[in-house]
Design a protein around this ligand. Structure first.
Ligand code: THG
Length: 368
């Protein structure tokens, strides 16, 4: 068996030991941390997420904290989305872009306080980016990593479980909103969010020494909901059309190509990194778009892909398949296609797989 060698660069989450005890069988690296990718029964993990409730160690969603008098100013310079009306306790999904309008991360932004914001980041270094812009603009904001590690509770039974642990007030939390709370003395932020479309919460643990205690508490109360271990689920997230930054994007992807255009506020003006480029890209019209691909052969391959696969239409290369998975719901092999606007949903394409050229149908996302 090939394994990942640990080192001081590969960090463990506060919930690492708990996932090992829960039978984790594989990890990937994400933001230089171990992210569980399976507990030995992918199908059971999928249906638990769709029909029940599962607990996920997603501490790899690390926090980039901006603190100081100019924290909001710096956050807005970094965000091509209007954050001026955000309230304390509110979150927003943000397509972070560089000066060329290329997507460099897709974090959730949390307004912690009037002078404090957190970016809950996908897999790329936002600390260096934020520090660089901060220093260039001489804003004197402190950019750091707070003691915070998200633990996700996902699935249709998540709300009943979290309400039992924290109180029925959690039922009134709006999407991406959050509130500080103490569970048995364990400080957390309770947020309605998570990387699935099955509903649920994320508990941001605010004391890394209490990971085991929090995990155990949730499992204890979760027993009657038949809770079990899980992790961001490839099959569910692809069916649901959720983007994976770095997996479904490359170094030339802009937000309009990957269905994040609604999160760009083009009317904004002032000093915002990437906004002039985004206005231009929007004006000229993006050249690619993201569609779904459904293979005609049932099970083309169930394991994830290492590299994007070329897609052809009438003999011409038109783009790439950026992920691929077995859909337990559709009982087909599906994936995301990042393709030229010349091809549309409803058309057939050929995809260059390790089993040769395979026919697939393009469809609009999400699949489900
Ligand atoms: N939770 C937290 N941090 C994160 C993620 C998360 N950081 C990394 C990664 N996930 C960021 N990416 C996403 C992608 C999609 C969503 C959230 C974070 C998401 N999208 C919904 C959708 O696309 O339908 C809703 C978007 C909206 O309507 O605003 O939830 O999961 N803490």
């Amino acid at each position: 068996m090939i394994t990942i060698s640990p080192s001081a660069r590969t960090l463990r989450s506060p919930f690492y030991q708990s996932t090992v005890e829960d039978g984790v069988v594989s990890f990937t690296l994400y933001n230089s941390m171990f992210l569980p990718t399976g507990f030995g029964d992918p199908e059971a993990e999928y249906w638990r997420l769709k029909n029940g409730v599962s607990i996920w160690d997603v501490a790899v969603q690390r926090q980039v904290q901006l603190k100081g008098r100019n924290a909001e100013k710096l956050a807005q310079i970094l965000c091509p989305r209007d954050i001026s009306k955000m309230q304390i306790g509110q979150g927003k999904y943000i397509p972070l872009c560089n000066h060329s309008g290329i997507l460099i991360n897709d974090p959730v932004l949390l307004k912690i306080d009037e002078d404090c914001f957190w970016f809950s980041i996908a897999d790329s270094d936002v600390w260096s980016w934020a520090r660089a812009i901060n220093n260039e603009r001489q804003l004197d904001v402190e950019v750091s990593e707070p003691d915070a590690a998200p633990l996700a509770i996902q699935g249709p039974k998540a709300e009943d479980l979290v309400a039992e642990i924290c109180g029925s007030w959690v039922r009134d939390l709006k999407y991406f909103w959050f509130k500080p709370f103490k569970i048995d003395g364990i400080p957390v932020l309770v947020a309605r969010s998570g990387y699935s479309k099955q509903g649920g919460f994320e508990l941001y643990l605010l004391n890394k020494n209490l990971g085991k205690k929090l995990y155990n508490r949730i499992k204890e109360v979760g027993q009657k909901y038949d809770i079990g271990p899980g992790c961001p689920n490839l099959s569910e997230r692809v069916e649901s059309g959720l983007l994976s930054f770095g997996g479904d994007t490359d170094h030339s992807t802009n937000p309009f190509e990957v269905r994040l255009g609604d999160f760009v506020d083009l009317h904004l003006d002032g000093d915002i990194v990437g906004l002039p480029a985004l206005k231009k890209i929007h004006e000229q019209g993006p050249k690619r778009h993201q569609l779904g691909a459904i293979f005609n052969d049932a099970n083309v391959c169930s394991h994830p892909i290492f590299e994007w696969m070329s897609i052809y239409h009438r003999g011409e290369p038109v783009g790439s398949l950026t992920n691929r998975t077995w859909s337990f719901q559709l009982e087909k092999t599906i994936g995301f296609a990042l393709v030229s606007k010349k091809v549309q949903a409803g058309e057939s394409v050929l995809i260059e797989t390790e089993q040769g050229m395979k026919e697939a149908e393009l469809v609009d996302l999400p699949f489900v």
